[in-house]
Design a protein around this ligand. Sequence first.
Ligand code: TXA
Ligand code: MG
Length: 316
Amino acid sequence: MSAEISRDIIKAAELLRAGKLVAIPTETVYGLAANALAPDAVINIFETKNRPHFDPLIVHVSSAEMANEYVKDLPGVAIKLMKAFWPGPLTIVLRKKNIIPDIVTSGLETVGVRMPDHQLTLDLIAETGFPLAAPSANPFGYISPTSALHVMDQLGEKIPMILDGGDCQVGVESTIIDCTSEIPTVLRLGGTSMEKLMSIVGEVNLDTSGGSAPQAPGMLLSHYAPRKKLLLGNIHELLHDHNENISILSFRDQFHNFKNIRLSETGDLHEAARNLFSALRKLDEDSTTMILAEPVPDYGIGRAINDRLRRASHVG
Ligand code: TXA
Ligand code: MG
């Protein structure tokens, strides 16, 4: 049996109501969704992804009003952030109500809520009437999927349906911001830049340290990783020591005589983010044994790209 790929939200809603999993498109990456209010459905997500139970899931809603049903209080900053960035690539961590099962939040008192910017998925949530718990639709630790075919390649045999919403338009996961502290704290860099967040709420802390019992395991050092070794640095310098059997992932420069994917020929960071994960997948699948990659300019969404490249790179 392999997954049906279609745009049929009525069928997707039926499956979700029956406690099954459906892969859903969002503007960031594809998610692996279950009814967030049904623990028996949510448990399938962890099994299908091989995901550790200490890693909490994001709850997807179709409006700010819907988010409000699942959180204890909405601080002023959270309201401002929702107004400015929803629908969009921003997950807001707030104190949860009991109706959100513990398995969704790994026992935390908080829940990450987000309204994705993809009409098909917003229609699906409206159709079901319940929120969708969804991590990225990849095996734990591997590169996130940005097309229905990416999901098919890895989870196609394990789930009944992939809702096809085309290629993801942002291409890196949502930014996660914790609004339960006095000063909001970014736990994961992502599709909404620090600069944009600060323009709306002023002071914002950044704490992506994670550690061994991370608050956001997306922050585990080795994550979003290809199977091949990836070295991150100045490509010309890396080429001194490694010039055989390698592929190159560059920002805009072209490297002749090598297998080379350029993230954006025009140097556009948004285009680079959109291309990042599919480029990593292609290079992971080709016949070389190592990937050489370089950081992109470290501002705006470029910071999220560099974060993912670091986590994809070989450590130690
Ligand atoms: O763009 C995205 O956020 C995608 C799409 C599908 O929405 N989802 C996604 O989910 O990236 P996932 O599970 O791969 O990453 C979610 C991260 C995890 O690292 C998790 O630890 C963190 O969000 N998270 C979820 N709830 C949290 C909470 N209450 N407190 C702190 N971190 C939380
Ligand atoms: Mg993920």
